[in-house]
Design a protein around this ligand. Structure first.
Ligand SMILES: Cc1cc2nc3c(=O)[nH]c(=O)nc-3n(C[C@H](O)[C@H](O)[C@H](O)COP(=O)(O)O)c2cc1C
Length: 296
C-alpha cells in the first residue's frame, strides 16, 4: 500500500477538495463508501458546527474521513482537538504557515497534508514536518494568489522532483484521463473540487451545477479580490463588467458575499467559482460513478 493510501485508509487515492463553507455529510459519505476520501470543509467552521457535522457523517458511514482546516482560522487548534477526539486520523491544512499547527497534529497521532499553490514553499513545508502536500495548479477552482502561477501539468513534476513526501495533484482533474495524467506526472493521488460540486449528492444549488455544465473552454476567469483572486465562471454580468475598462471589479464584488451567493445560486451578488475543468463536465452524476470511472 502506498504511503498516501495508508494515511487516508481508503481504497483509492482520491481526496474530496474542500469547497468554502459547503458541507454535505451525504456527499462525504458517498465518496467514502465509493472507496475515496471524503472530507469536511472546516476552514470557516467553529467547534460547535464541527461536532455536529462529525456526528452527521458518522450516522451515514463508518469509513474513515478527513477534514480541511484553515490555519489562519483562530478556532483551528480547538477544531483539531475535536477531530482527534472523534478519531479522525488525517487532515489537510490550507492558508497559513504549517509550522504553527503540525506539532499539534502529530501530538494527536494524526497526519496532515498541506495545500500549496506554488512550488517555492514545497521544500520549506517538507522541512517543517508536513506529512504530504496537495499541489494546486492555476486551473483549480477556488482562491488563487496575485502571483504568477503555474498549471498542474508544470507544478506537480516540479514539486515531485523537490520533495520526498507524498504529493497530491489538485486542479484540472475530472475523469480517468486527468487521474492517470496526474499519477504519470509524479503525484501519488488527486484532489477533486469542481467535479464533486456537479454530483447528485452535492448541496450546491442546481443553478451552480448547471453553470458548470454550461461552462466551455475559456469559460472561467480570475476575478480580482484585492489581496487574492478567485477562479470564477463567467456569467453575462461579469463578462460585461470585464469588457468595460471603467469598472473596478475589486469594488464590485466582496468575498464576504460568496457564501450567500453560492448557497442561493444568485451569482449577480458574487459569481460561481469552479475550475477550468468545468469545460469537461457534461452531466450531474452520483459521486460513486465519477470515482469508478476515474479509477477504471
Ligand atoms: C468554490 C470553491 C471553493 C473552494 N474552497 C476551498 C477552501 O475553502 N479551501 C481549500 O483548501 N480549497 C478550496 N477550494 C479548492 C478545492 O478544494 C480543490 O483543491 C480544487 O477545486 C481543485 O481543482 P478543480 O476545481 O479543478 O478540481 C475550492 C474550490 C472551489 C471550486
Amino acid at each position: 500500500m502506498s504511503e498516501l493510501l495508508s494515511m487516508l485508509e481508503c481504497r483509492y487515492p482520491i481526496i474530496q477538495g474542500p469547497i468554502g463553507h459547503m458541507n454535505s455529510p451525504k456527499l462525504i459519505a458517498a465518496i467514502c463508501e465509493a472507496g475515496a476520501f471524503g472530507m469536511l470543509a472546516l476552514g470557516f467552521s467553529n467547534p460547535d458546527s464541527t461536532k455536529r457535522l462529525i456526528n452527521q457523517v458518522r450516522e451515514l458511514t463508518d469509513k474513515p474521513f478527513g477534514a480541511n482546516l484553515m490555519i489562519l482560522n483562530p478556532a483551528s487548534v480547538e477544531i483539531l482537538e475535536i477531530l482527534a477526539d472523534a478519531g479522525v486520523k488525517t487532515v489537510t491544512t490550507s492558508a497559513g504557515s504549517p509550522g504553527k499547527i503540525y506539532g499539534q497534529i502529530h501530538e494527536y497521532g494524526m497526519k496532515g497534508l498541506h495545500v500549496l499553490l506554488s512550488a517555492v514553499q514545497a521544500k520549506k513545508a517538507e522541512d517543517s514536518g508536513v506529512d504530504g502536500l496537495i499541489i494546486s495548479g492555476s486551473e483549480s477552482g477556488g482562491l488563487r494568489t496575485n502571483n504568477p502561477e503555474s498549471s498542474t501539468m508544470v507544478l506537480v513534476p516540479l514539486v515531485a522532483d523537490s520533495v520526498n513526501i507524498p504529493i497530491v495533484a489538485a486542479g484540472g482533474i475530472a475523469d480517468s484521463r486527468g487521474y492517470r495524467a496526474a499519477l504519470a506526472l509524479g503525484a501519488h493521488g488527486v484532489q477533486i473540487g469542481t467535479r464533486f460540486i456537479a454530483t447528485e449528492e452535492s448541496p450546491a444549488p442546481d443553478i451552480w451545477k448547471q453553470a458548470i455544465i454550461d461552462c466551455g473552454d475559456g469559460g472561467t476567469t480570475l476575478l480580482p479580490l484585492g489581496k487574492m483572486k478567485i477562479r470564477s465562471i463567467l456569467n453575462p454580468k461579469l463578462k460585461k463588467q470585464m469588457e468595460d475598462p471603467s469598472v473596478d471589479l475589486v469594488k464590485e464584488y466582496d468575498f464576504k458575499d460568496a457564501s450567500k451567493a453560492w448557497n442561493s445560486g444568485d451569482f449577480e451578488i458574487f459569481p460561481a467559482s469552479a475550475g477550468e475543468v468545468s469545460a469537461l463536465i457534461k452531466d450531474v452524476k452520483p459521486a460513486r460513478e465519477i470515482i469508478e470511472e476515474m479509477v477504471s
